[in-house]
Each structure stands twice: as C-alpha cells, then as structure tokens.
Design a protein around this ligand. Structure first.
Ligand code: DLL
Length: 433
C-alpha cells in the first residue's frame, strides 16, 4: 500500500518545485535562528534570497558530525528550547555525544515517514508489530514505535534482550511483524531452534530490518528461517532516525522520502556531485525539520542513487544498499563504534600502551567484539589480582563509552603486530555473505 501517494508519487517537476520552496524556507530559518549557519553563509557571501530552486543547493556549505559536536548540546537548534519536545543521541563518538532535538512537528514528520515505510512493507492496521530495536537515546525503538502506532497497527514495544520471552510473546500474541537489526533477526531464528519452536507455530510475515549493513544472502536466510519477508529500512539519527528510506515490494533500492530529506551523492575527496548509478557519499538536507535542521549533512555512508521509474508507482528517488563508509565507523550489534573511542579510553589508563586491536567476529549470528590491548612493560606481571583489576577498569570505562560490552584481552608488551605506515586497529572477520 502507498501511505501518501500525493508525496510518494509526485511528478519530478512538482517534487523539484516543492523541494526548492522548502529549501528557501529552510535557509531563511537557519539564517535567522542558528548563528553557526548564519556565519557560514555570510562567510560565503550567500543570503537566503540566493537560494530559490533546488539546484541552488550546491551553493550551500556542508555540515559534518564534528560540527554537531562543536555545537554541543543545543547550538544547532533552530527552535527555542521550549519547542524542543524530544532529544535523542547518536552513539559512536568520543567526548560529547551527537545530540538531536525534535519539535512536535518533527516528531509528526518522523511518524509520517515511518508509516510510509511500514505501508510499503505491506504492514496494515491488522498487524501486530514488535519493535525490537533498542528504546532509549537510540532512535530505532521510539522511531519505529510511533510509526507503527501512526499507521494504526498494534505495537508491542519489546525492545532488545530477553529473547526467549520475546519468542513466547511472538507466539502467544500472534505477532505478525517485527522491526529489528538483521543480525538480531538471525539470533531470534537461532533461539527459536533452541527452544524447539517451529516457524509454523508463529505468524511472523514481515520484517523491517536496518540500522546496520546486510546483504541479500542474509535476507534469504532470515526469510527462510523465520518464515517472513524482510525489507530494508534505512536512517540516521542526525537526519531523523529510521524512515529516511525504505524498500517497496520491488526490493531493488530504497525510496527516500525526498520531500523531507533531499539526497545528494558526492565524491568524498573532491566533494563534487556524482552521477546517478555511481557510488559516492550520501549527503542529506532536512527540508522540513524545525528542531535541528541540517544542511548538506555528510552521512559518510557510501551508496548510489537512482531516479529510474519504479514499477511500484512511487516516483521518489531510490538509494542502493550501503556499500561501506568513507570513515572508519564500525557497526557492532547495531551500535556505532569508532576505533578512536577505544583509543581515547586506553590513553586515560597509564598502565596501558596505546597499542590495540579490535577483532570483530560473528558467533551464533551475533557480532562479537574483542579488544586486545598491550600492557606497559613495567606493569605487566604474573600477579593475577592486579591484572584482573586493570582489566576491570578498562572494561568498565569502555562499556561506558561504547555502550556495548567487549571481551577484553590484556596482551604482553610488544605482542600486537606493528604496521609500517598507517596503523591498523581493526580485524573484521564478519563476512557479510
Ligand atoms: O541506525 C537509525 C535506524 C534505526 C535505522 C533502525 C534503521 C533502523 P544511527 O545509530 O545514527 O541511526 O546510525 C546510522 O547506521 O549512517 C548507516 O551507516 C547505518 N545504517 C542504518 N540503517 C542502515 C541500513 C540508526 N538499512 C548509521 N543499511 C547510518 C545499512 C544502515 N546501514
């Protein structure tokens, strides 16, 4: 079903006209309300009147995650604090987290785009839908939750963890849809097997999977083991959360709600625009948000765009799957992790050498993270008590910064291979088949 055909099926000319109008309004909004943007535009000698059509967007400056951190916590908000009704934060930063503020209007845009996504997956008011993304500062849980409610299906806010109880609910409550990371879906399948529950005993029929990269092979395996059809759901906190783009029944790309989020693909080195079909970095401008709108936000996600017509009837541009990142961000169990976060913690502990390695693997379909760190020569000893104490201090601090637990290995001095040139801090053995 198409949730909002007037926007999802708009002609290209109408869409471009709408985007141009909205862009002009946005630039006016930030020029008058966000000193950061006003200074940037003034430095480029641009006034809001210079931005009339969507093609003018290339005149505008880019925004990066660093800009969000530098303006922590409320510096990029364009609405008075009293109009900000919700705050989320993105994981994966050292020091200040990346804060995103929403006005009531932003929350209704979010519910709208999530409803478009779910409707495209075939979800209806008759479905009972489990939201198994984390609830909290992460946007996955609450974002999907309000989308399901707005669509009119029954939402079960299962969140993550407690998988056996979750499976009991899936069976007893006749849950028909689930939103979770693709790796959690595989873990669920595994737990189902362990509990001896047959997929014929459950009624799951649709999955909204995202928050991390996945492949068509993973899709096949999840579909086969859970007896459902799996759809891609993409998004990022800075832009709104889940619902920025979504697959339709054609499943050959994800439609972007481009009346709200204007996409561009650029070359991450030259920052020049890249043609349809060629891989580059995805950039978004939030055309309608009023809490914390962003202009030309560099997502660091690498993918393609396609304006070819889709037989589902939607005309909104499609993005291909995320092929990688133009930075070193890793996604572990749905949580964004930068090696620099680990480094910053290690540097705070005098007994440790800043020599470390993150080893990623996938066991029983769940990501595992092992962090190997060298102990300084003067501190490395056979005294189990002091080594365990060091491990505990490191483990606690890492858990605090990364929001996930890792298997910590304290290593002998000089045991981690040194690399000539650029040092290597990640071994990723997870193979996305
Ligand atoms: O992951 C929002 C989300 C929640 C999306 C639930 C979909 C479902 P962040 O924590 O800010 O937000 O992480 C955003 O995750 O830049 C991508 O690198 C990655 N990502 C998100 N969805 C997908 C996807 C949420 N479908 C970052 N495929 C993004 C591949 C994805 N990568």
């Amino acid at each position: 079903m198409i949730w909002n055909s007037s926007k999802e099926c708009m002609s290209r000319e109408q869409m471009r006209e709408l985007q141009g109008k909205r862009l002009n309004k946005l630039v006016n909004l930030v020029y008058h309300n966000v000193p950061f943007y006003r200074e940037k535009l003034q430095a480029l000698d641009i006034s809001p009147d210079d931005i009339q059509t969507i093609d003018d967007i290339v005149k505008l400056p880019f925004t990066t995650k660093q800009d969000l951190r530098d303006n922590y916590p409320y510096g990029l908000m364009s609405a008075p604090k009293s109009d900000i009704v919700r705050v989320h934060a993105s994981s994966g930063t050292t020091g200040n987290p990346t804060i995103v503020g929403y006005t009531r209007r932003d929350l209704s845009i979010w519910s709208e785009v999530m409803s478009r996504s779910l409707a495209a997956f075939g979800v209806t008011r008759d479905d009972t839908f489990s939201v198994s993304y984390g609830y909290g500062l992460f946007t996955g849980g609450l974002g999907a939750h309000y989308g399901v409610e707005n669509l009119g299906a029954t939402v079960i806010p299962a969140s993550t963890g407690n998988t056996e109880k979750h499976i009991k609910l899936i069976r007893d409550l006749d849950i028909t849809g689930i939103a979770c990371t693709p790796s959690y879906a595989l873990y669920l399948a595994e737990t189902l097997d362990k509990m001896g529950v047959d997929k014929k005993d459950i009624k799951l029929r649709v999955g909204a999977f995202g928050a991390e990269p996945w492949t068509n092979n993973m899709r096949k395996e999840i579909e086969e083991r859970l007896g459902l059809k799996g759809y891609n759901l993409y998004g990022l906190s800075e832009i709104i959360g889940p619902g920025v783009s979504y697959e339709c029944q054609e499943q050959n790309g994800s439609h972007i709600s481009e009346d709200h989020f204007y996409p561009e693909i650029i070359d991450p080195d030259t920052l020049e625009p890249i043609a349809d079909g060629e891989t580059g970095e995805l950039v978004f401008t939030t055309l309608t948000k009023t809490g914390m709108p962003l202009i030309r936000y560099r997502t660091k996600d690498l993918c393609t765009l396609s304006h070819e017509t889709c037989s589902c009837g939607r005309t909104n541009v499609k993005m291909g799957p995320i092929m990688g990142r133009s930075d070193d961000m890793l996604i572990v169990r749905g949580i964004n992790v930068f090696p620099s976060q680990v480094e910053s913690v290690i540097l705070e502990i005098p007994e440790l050498e800043p020599q470390y390695m993150l080893v990623l693997d996938r066991k029983n379909n769940l990501d595992t993270l092992q962090i190997q760190v060298e102990v300084r020569k003067d501190y490395f000893s056979d005294d189990l008590g002091s080594m365990l104490q060091m491990k505990k201090v490191l483990g606690d601090r890492l858990k605090n910064v990364l929001s996930i637990s890792a298997d910590i290995r304290l290593m002998e001095p000089n045991s981690i291979p040194r690399s000539e040139g650029k040092s290597k801090h990640v071994i990723d053995n997870r193979i996305l088949k």
